[in-house]
Design a protein around this ligand. Structure first.
Ligand SMILES: Cc1cc2nc3c(=O)[nH]c(=O)nc-3n(C[C@H](O)[C@H](O)[C@H](O)COP(=O)(O)OP(=O)(O)OC[C@H]3O[C@@H](n4cnc5c(N)ncnc54)[C@H](O)[C@@H]3O)c2cc1C
Length: 496
């Protein structure tokens, strides 16, 4: 990676200019260069180069949320979350959100990739089409775990809980309890082999606990990079390209400099890519007009169809503190360094939801009773929820924290311009829980959590935990007696 001088970058005609230097730009630019080393490739990134800042690699990534390398965005007021706004972290540094993210290495469900393949009519987007690239990216910890599904010499080092010798005290209990509520362990606990439905062991893209920032793992050799440089918009001219019509001819920086290129790739992330397009004159005409932006292409889809998952965390009380089951307790095992590297949990548990209630929720959203044989949410098992049981929650080890992550939201939100200037964050409306399906899925996820953690049926509920700890503003706690109304209220108060 080299840094061009401002004069040099202005004079050159670049073959490819990337707006944003995050995960996707790091990968695509590196591969373009490998494909054709003579290409002149420029990445322009709003944040700094933090590749050599080792503290970023520490285990407590959450310290980075709201920090110097986070755009610190917020949602608009969410009508299904009691009008709350939600913090929306996003990486602002070379490497993008890989600088602040959770580093969970979680491959999607085969079914979902195959849906891309059918939607695009292009088999390269299906699971089998993507698999060679997923394998190419990995250097997996095991040569024997599903070797036909994984890679061993990619740039991303992947470790797991057991490959790094973490034996959490609750591991066996947690596994037994999942079986008791009907969720089976996946073969070799591998959730990254196409079918994640079941209990998988956590895999992470860390190397001995060290975060792998995308721009370091894909080192951008032979690529020019400008950091701390905000792109205001893409420069578009009519008839400039070989085929005529609107053609991107370069970018305008926030400092007023123009840089020219043959192709511009907008890789500014899910929030700012549509913002950059709209600032460039591509987007819904009425919205652009509101901000006096000249309309080059009236495209109502730009800024629409935002899909974001929600997360809700619930604290559960641990019995018999002296046994030392959770982080913070006096159990000496937690003093071993590997327990501090990463998240304190064993498993990522992916589940479907009961189809009968789902069909009713679909009917509410779509205004017609769905055909269970053909409706895409009903006809197959789908990965709607991820559950994680974090063995931490209080400084004295008296709590564990149960998370539900809703993975297949059907509500769609939007990104709209707040002003005609790139430095003003756009208006971000994820529309969390905006459909009956999403509300049903979240409720079912919490009900499963209660069966798992709060009932005598499982060893976790019977012997390990002592009920839910509750939440501010609520007199009750989650329990097997909780009504749907109470569960919904807790979700509205806590999901983000
Ligand atoms: C808190 C958090 C936790 C996450 N945890 C996980 C996880 O555990 N596992 C997982 O698989 N995924 C996780 N993700 C998601 C994952 O990090 C993203 O999917 C991925 O980084 C997206 O890549 P991208 O290239 O689209 O965007 P990004 O990596 O975000 O890169 C976009 C880049 O564009 C830059 N940019 C934006 N606007 C401009 C502009 N106008 N001019 C110049 N530069 C600009 C940004 O600064 C940023 O560097 C998490 C994300 C976050 C935020």
């Amino acid at each position: 990676m080299t840094m061009p001088s401002p004069n040099e970058s202005r004079k050159l005609l670049w073959d490819y200019i990337f707006v944003g230097g995050g995960l996707s730009a790091s990968v695509v630019a590196t591969r373009l260069h490998k494909y054709e080393p003579r290409l002149k490739i420029l990445i322009v990134e709003a944040g700094p180069n933090v590749n050599n800042r080792s503290y970023l690699s520490g285990p407590r990534y959450a310290n980075l949320l709201g920090g110097d390398f986070d755009w610190k965005d917020h949602s608009t007021k969410q009508s299904w979350l009691e009008g709350r706004t939600v913090d929306l972290p996003g990486g602002k540094a070379l490497g993008g959100s890989t600088v602040i993210n959770g580093a969970g290495w979680v491959r999607g469900d085969k079914f979902d990739y195959d849906a891309w393949g059918s939607a695009t009519g292009d088999a390269r987007w299906s699971y089998d089409g993507q698999l060679p690239f997923m394998r190419k990216s990995e250097k997996l910890f095991s040569e024997t775990m599903n070797p036909d599904k994984h890679g061993l010499d990619g740039p991303m080092s992947i470790q797991s809980v057991t490959s790094k010798n973490r034996t959490f005290p609750l591991r066996d209990y947690a596994l037994q309890a999942w079986a008791k509520v009907g969720i089976d362990a996946l073969p070799v606990l591998d959730g990254n082999a196409g079918n994640p439905l079941g209990v998988a062991e956590l895999q992470e893209n860390r190397e001995n606990g060290q975060r792998q920032v995308a721009a370091a793992a894909y080192p951008l050799d032979g690529i020019e990079v400008m950091t701390d440089t905000m792109v205001e918009k893409v420069l578009i001219e009519n008839g400039a390209g070989e085929e005529g019509g609107l053609t991107a001819v370069g970018i305008l920086l926030a400092n007023g400099d123009e840089i020219r290129g043959r192709e511009v790739i907008v890789a500014a992330g899910a929030i700012r890519s549509p913002q950059v397009l709209m600032l460039s004159g591509i987007g819904p005409a009425a919205d652009l007009a509101k901000h006096d932006i000249p309309i080059l292409l009236d495209n109502p889809e730009v800024g629409n169809n935002l899909a974001d998952h929600g997360i809700a965390w619930h604290p559960w009380k641990v019995k018999d503190l002296a046994v030392g089951r959770a982080l913070g307790s006096s159990n000496p095992v937690f003093n071993e360094p590997q327990y501090g590297w990463v998240f304190p949990f064993d498993f990522v548990v992916s589940t479907d939801v009961p189809k009968e209630g789902l069909a009713a929720a679909i009917a509410e959203d779509e205004g017609a009773i769905p055909d269970p044989a053909t409706h895409p949410l009903l006809a197959h098992a789908r990965t709607f929820v991820e559950h994680v049981l974090m063995y931490a929650g209080a400084v004295d080890g008296s709590l564990v924290t149960f998370g539900i992550i809703t993975m297949l939201p059907t509500a769609r939100g939007s990104i709209r311009l707040a002003s005609a200037h790139g430095q003003d964050a756009p208006l971000i409306d994820p529309n969390y829980l905006g459909t009956a399906v999403d509300r049903y899925v979240a409720r079912e996820a919490v009900k499963l959590q209660i069966r798992y953690a709060g009932s005598y049926a499982t060893v976790i509920g019977r012997e390990i935990l002592d009920g839910e700890a509750g939440a501010p503003g609520f007199d009750e706690v989650l329990s097997i007696d909780s009504t749907d109304e109470y569960i919904d209220a807790r979700i509205r108060a806590g999901l983000g």
